[in-house]
Write a protein that binds this ligand. Structure first.
Ligand SMILES: [Cu+2]
Length: 169
């Protein structure tokens, strides 16, 4: 009985991998890839723009709805200074697109404590910076990432509590 079953299993396996079936499997696989390619070319842009809009909504202030504005505001949490997005996320990870022109907007608190946003790559090389801000002053500067990868932002004066990641894809 046991032997019979083994025999059956074996023949089943052989059937599955017969030339005819491999052709059918390949056909199904290629069809799936084709359908996926058509679908993603049709809806890829829509999906990308929706996710960018979400990112922009999460990080931009009420002053703008544009998806290429990166808004970081100085706030205080537990007696520490932090960067916050418009929706109150503390030191948010910023997910950005490469080769896209962004405007970084920084906003200070209404006191005379100085802050300065620094963008740097993973090796610590400085890529861009805002002016020094304090007393409610805001600053914006343009920046475009020409390569995908992981980057970092921090405050020149409070690097331990005011820092976050930038993921460029
Ligand atoms: Cu600071």
């Amino acid at each position: 009985m046991e032997q019979n079953r083994n025999k059956k299993d074996k023949s089943k396996k052989l059937f599955l991998f017969s030339t005819k079936n491999i052709n059918i499997l390949l056909f199904i696989l290629l069809s799936c890839i084709g359908i996926f390619a058509i679908f993603s070319s049709l809806y890829g842009n829509v999906i990308a723009s929706i996710s960018e809009k979400n990112i922009a909504n999460a990080q931009s202030g009420s002053s703008t709805e544009s998806s290429n504005i990166v808004d970081l505001k100085v706030s205080e949490r537990n007696n520490n200074y932090v960067w916050t997005s418009a929706n109150g996320q503390v030191n948010p990870q910023l997910n950005l697109k490469f080769d896209k022109d962004y405007t970084f907007q920084v906003e200070s608190m209404d006191n005379n404590v100085s802050h300065q946003l620094i963008l740097q790559d993973q090796s610590g090389k400085q890529l861009a910076k805002s002016i020094v801000i304090s007393n409610g002053i805001t600053d914006d500067f343009p920046f475009t990432f020409s390569n995908i990868g992981k980057y970092q932002y921090h405050c020149q004066y409070h690097p331990a509590t005011m820092h976050g990641d930038l993921v460029v894809s």
